[in-house]
Design a protein around this ligand. Structure first.
Ligand SMILES: *[C@@H]1O[C@H](CO)[C@@H](O)[C@H](O)[C@H]1NC(C)=O
Ligand SMILES: *[C@@H]1O[C@H](CO)[C@@H](O)[C@H](O)[C@H]1NC(C)=O
Ligand SMILES: *[C@@H]1O[C@H](CO)[C@@H](O)[C@H](O)[C@H]1NC(C)=O
Ligand SMILES: *[C@@H]1O[C@H](CO)[C@@H](O)[C@H](O)[C@H]1NC(C)=O
Ligand SMILES: *[C@@H]1O[C@H](CO)[C@@H](O)[C@H](O)[C@H]1NC(C)=O
Ligand SMILES: *[C@@H]1O[C@H](CO)[C@@H](O)[C@H](O)[C@H]1NC(C)=O
Ligand SMILES: *[C@@H]1O[C@H](CO)[C@@H](O)[C@H](O)[C@H]1NC(C)=O
Ligand SMILES: *[C@@H]1O[C@H](CO)[C@@H](O)[C@H](O)[C@H]1NC(C)=O
Ligand SMILES: *[C@@H]1O[C@H](CO)[C@@H](O)[C@H](O)[C@H]1NC(C)=O
Ligand SMILES: *[C@@H]1O[C@H](CO)[C@@H](O)[C@H](O)[C@H]1NC(C)=O
Ligand SMILES: *[C@@H]1O[C@H](CO)[C@@H](O)[C@H](O)[C@H]1NC(C)=O
Ligand SMILES: [Cu+2]
Length: 568
C-alpha cells in the first residue's frame, strides 16, 4: 500500500503542468549501420526540488540521450570530457565480445577520460536486442550521468509478444536525486566511515513528480490512447535502491529483462534492482483518466534508506490536466513474499528462435560469500569504517587499468589467486555475526579458462547484517539456475536447479539472507568486473573481476586496444 500521508501531499498541492511529454518514436532506423554519437560531458545547473544545482551531464541533458540502434549495428560514441571529474562510461549489458576496451569501468578496462580529453567507444551490437542502458562507471557520477540503450530487433523481425505489436513505446528510467553535490556526500560519508546521506528523491525520467516540494512541473507525463498497447522500457538507474514500479489500475505484462525475452506474465508491480531493465506491455484498457505511475524502494531489513515515492502520470488522450490522478497500490516496502514470488515468475522465453543455452556440465565451481565488516580508521567518527567483501576479501582498486595490465602483461597490478571458496565455512545466515576487524584488502582476481563453463554461487551472510545485493557481471549474460533462503546446500540444492528455462540476465538480486546460483560459458576473453550494483557496497569493496584467458583460435583473443585508449 502506498502510504496515505505521502499521497495526501498530492491532494493538497496538485497543480501539474504538462511537461516533458515524450513518446518514443517507433520509426525504424536503416539496416545494419554505423551509428555515431557525440557525448559532451558538461556541468549544467539543473533545477529539481526548489533550487538549481550544478550536475554532471551528457550534452547538458538529464537523463542523457538514448542510444537507439538495431541488432547488428556498429556504434561509435565519442565521449569528450569538459567536466572537472575524471570520466568513464559503461554500456551496461552489452557483451563487448573480445572488446573490453569499450566496456568502461574505470581502472578495470580503461583509465579514465581526463578533463579536456576524448575517447571513442567503438562496439558492435551482436546477438542482443531489447533494453539496456549506459552510465558513468567512476566515483558516484552515475547519479546523473545515465541514459537508455534501445536495441531494436533486426529489420522485419517482430517482437515475440503475446499481445498485438505495441502501438508506441517509451523509456522509463528510474533514478535517485541528491539535492547537493553527490561527490561531497560520498566524501563526507567516507571521512566519517559511515554510509553517506541517502538520496533526497527518486525520479522517473529525471523527474521526482508531485509528491515532492517545488516538483509539480517536474513530472513526467505519458499520453496514451484508449485501446492501444504500449511497450515500456523500464530501467533502474538508482544508485542504491531496489524499486517497485506500478501503474494505478493497469496490469503490466513482463516480456523481457536485461535485453532477453521472457515467458510473458502479468503482474500489478514489477521489482527492479539497480542495473536491471524490464520491458512490460501495458494495455490502455481502462476508463480514460489520469493514473499515477510510481516507484519506491523494496527493503526488507531495518536499514535506513530513502523510502520516498517518485510519481509520473499515464494520461489518456482528451482527459484534462486538472483531473486528480488515481493512485497505485504498490507492495509494502518490506514485502519479501512479493519480491521472492516475483523473481520466481521470471523464466527465459526459450523458443527455438530464442533458446536458453544453459550450461549443463560445469567445469568450474565457485562459491563466494558476501560480507560486511569494519576496519580500523583512526580519523573516522567511530574509529572504524565499513568494508564489504567477497570471500573475506575487500577489493582494492588499482592505479592502472586491469585489462591493460593483463593485455600488456604488466606485473604487480593484480594477482589471480582469488579463492574459489571462502577461507572458512560457517553458518552464513544464522545468528548475527559480529564484524571481524581483519578482512583483507587486495586486488585479487580469478583466472578462468577460455570457453569453460562456470557456476558461481553467491551466498549472503549475516556478518553485521543480511541484505539483498544485486550482482552484475560485465561481458556476459548468465542464467539464474537456482536461488534460496538460508545457506546453500551443495548436497541437495543443485537437484532443484532449473536447467531448462532459467531467466538469463546480467544483474541478479541475491535475496536477503539467501543465495543465488548462476551459470555462464566463459567464451568472451578479457577482464570482466563482477560487483554489487549498489554503489554504496561497491565503494566498500564488494567486487572482484574474472580474467578470462584467450582461446587458441585466431578470433578468440582480446582485440588490440584502440589508439585513443586513455592512459593513466
Ligand atoms: C549555476 O548556478 C550558480 C548560482 O546561480 C552559478 O553561480 C553557477 O555559475 C552556475 N553554474 C553553471 C555551470 O551554470
Ligand atoms: C571527439 O570529439 C572531440 C570534441 O568535439 C573532437 O575534438 C575529436 O576529434 C572527436 N574524436 C573523433 C575520433 O572524432
Ligand atoms: C565490428 O564489426 C566490424 C564488421 O564486421 C568489424 O570489422 C569490427 O572489427 C568489429 N568491431 C569490434 C570492436 O568487434
Ligand atoms: C548529510 O546530512 C546531514 C544531516 O541532515 C547534514 O547535516 C549534512 O550536511 C549532509 N551532508 C551533505 C554532504 O550534504
Ligand atoms: C520512511 O523512512 C522514514 C525515516 O526513516 C520513516 O520515518 C518513515 O516511516 C518511512 N516511511 C515508510 C512509508 O516506510
Ligand atoms: C512491514 O512493515 C510494516 C510497517 O510498515 C509492519 O507493520 C510489518 O510488520 C512489516 N512486515 C514485516 C514482514 O516485517
Ligand atoms: C557511530 O557513532 C555514532 C555516534 O557516536 C553512533 O550513533 C552510531 O551508532 C555509530 N555507528 C556505528 C555503525 O557504529
Ligand atoms: C544456523 O543458524 C540458524 C539460526 O541460528 C539455526 O537455526 C541453524 O540450525 C544453524 N545451522 C547450522 C547448520 O548450524
Ligand atoms: C577474515 O579474515 C581475517 C584475517 O584476515 C580473519 O581474522 C577472519 O576470521 C576472517 N573472517 C571470515 C568470516 O572468514
Ligand atoms: C565452446 O565450447 C562449446 C561446447 O564445447 C562449443 O560448442 C563452442 O563452439 C565453443 N566456443 C568457442 C568460441 O570456442
Ligand atoms: C584522473 O585520473 C588520472 C589517471 O588515473 C589520475 O592520475 C588523476 O589523479 C585523476 N584525477 C582525479 C581528480 O581524480
Ligand atoms: Cu554493476
Amino acid at each position: 500500500m502506498a502510504s496515505t500521508s505521502s499521497w495526501k501531499q498530492i491532494l493538497c498541492g496538485l497543480a501539474l503542468v504538462f511537461f516533458g511529454l515524450f513518446l518514443g518514436s517507433f520509426t525504424s532506423p536503416a539496416e545494419a549501420a554505423i551509428k555515431n554519437y557525440q557525448f559532451d560531458i558538461q556541468v549544467k545547473n539543473v533545477s529539481r526540488l526548489c533550487h538549481a544545482k550544478p550536475i554532471v551531464t551528457v550534452n547538458g541533458r538529464f537523463p542523457g540521450p538514448t542510444i537507439y540502434v538495431r541488432e547488428g549495428d556498429s556504434v561509435l560514441v565519442n565521449v569528450t570530457n569538459h567536466a572537472q571529474y575524471n570520466m568513464s562510461i559503461h554500456w551496461h549489458g552489452l557483451k563487448q565480445y573480445r572488446n573490453g576496451w569499450a566496456d568502461g569501468p574505470a581502472y578495470v578496462t580503461q583509465c579514465p577520460i581526463q578533463t579536456g580529453n576524448s575517447y571513442t567507444y567503438a562496439f558492435n551490437v551482436t546477438g542482443q536486442r531489447g533494453t539496456l542502458w549506459w552510465h558513468a562507471h567512476i566515483l558516484w557520477l552515475r547519479a546523473t550521468v545515465y541514459g537508455a540503450i534501445v536495441i531494436m530487433p533486426k529489420q522485419g523481425t517482430p517482437f515475440p509478444f503475446p499481445l498485438p505489436q505495441p502501438y508506441r513505446e517509451a523509456e522509463i528510467v528510474l533514478g535517485e536525486w541528491w539535492n547537493v553535490d553527490v561527490e561531497e556526500v560520498v566524501k563526507q560519508g567516507n571521512n566519517m566511515g559511515l554510509p553517506p546521506n541517502s538520496s533526497d528523491a527518486h525520479t522517473i525520467n529525471g523527474k521526482p513528480g508531485p509528491l515532492f516540494p517545488c516538483s509539480e512541473k517536474h513530472t513526467y507525463v505519458l499520453e496514451v490512447e484508449q485501446g492501444k498497447t504500449y511497450l515500456l522500457r523500464i530501467i533502474n538507474a538508482a544508485l542504491n535502491d531496489v524499486l517497485f514500479f506500478g501503474i494505478a489500475g493497469h496490469s503490466l505484462t513482463v516480456v523481457e529483462v536485461d535485453a532477453v525475452y521472457t515467458k510473458p506474465f502479468t503482474t500489478q508491480a514489477i521489482l527492479i534492482a539497480p542495473g536491471q531493465t524490464t520491458n512490460v506491455l501495458v494495455q490502455a484498457n481502462q476508463v480514460p483518466n489520469r493514473y499515477f505511475m510510481a516507484a519506491r524502494p523494496f527493503m526488507d531489513v531495518p536499514i535506513p534508506i530513502d523510502n520516498k515515492t517518485a510519481a509520473a502520470i499515464l494520461q489518456y488522450r482528451g482527459v484534462p490536466n486538472s483531473v486528480l490522478p488515481i493512485r497505485p497500490q504498490l507492495p509494502s516496502s518490506n514485502d519479501t513474499t512479493f519480491a521472492l514470488g516475483y523473481e520466481n515468475k521470471l523464466k527465459s522465453l526459450n523458443t527455438p528462435k530464442f533458446p536458453a543455452n544453459v550450461p549443463l556440465k560445469v567445469d568450474r565451481h565457485l562459491f563466494y560469500t558476501i560480507g560486511f565488516g569494519k576496519e580500523s580508521c583512526p580519523s573516522c567518527l567511530n574509529g572504524t569504517r565499513f568494508v564489504a567483501s567477497l570471500n573475506n576479501i575487500s577489493f582494492e582498486m588499482p592505479q592502472v587499468a586491469l585489462l591493460q595490465a593483463h593485455y600488456f602483461n604488466i606485473k604487480g597490478v593484480f594477482k589471480t589467486d582469488f579463492p574459489d571458496k571462502p577461507p572458512t565455512s560457517f553458518n552464513y545466515t544464522g545468528a548475527p555475526l559480529t564484524a571481524n576487524l581483519g578482512t583483507s584488502s587486495a586486488t585479487r582476481l580469478s583466472k578462468i579458462a577460455f570457453n569453460s563453463t562456470v557456476e558461481l554461487v553467491l551466498q549472503d551472510t549475516n556478518l553485521l547484517t543480511v541484505e539483498s545485493h544485486p550482482f552484475h557481471l560485465h561481458g556476459y549474460n548468465f542464467f539464474v539456475v537456482g536461488t534460496g533462503i538460508g545457506n546453500f546446500d551443495p548436497a541437495t540444492d543443485p537437484a532443484k536447479y532449473n536447467l531448462v528455462d532459467p531467466v538469463e540476465r546480467n544483474t541478479v538480486a541475491v535475496p536477503t539472507g539467501g543465495w543465488t546460483a548462476i551459470r555462464f560459458r566463459a567464451d568472451n576473453p578479457g577482464v570482466w568486473f563482477l560487483h554489487c550494483h549498489l554503489e554504496l557496497h561497491t565503494g566498500w569493496g564488494l567486487k572482484t573481476a574474472f580474467v578470462v584467458e584467450d582461446g587458441p583460435g585466431a578470433s578468440q583473443s582480446v582485440l588490440p586496444p584502440p589508439k585513443d585508449l586513455p592512459q593513466c
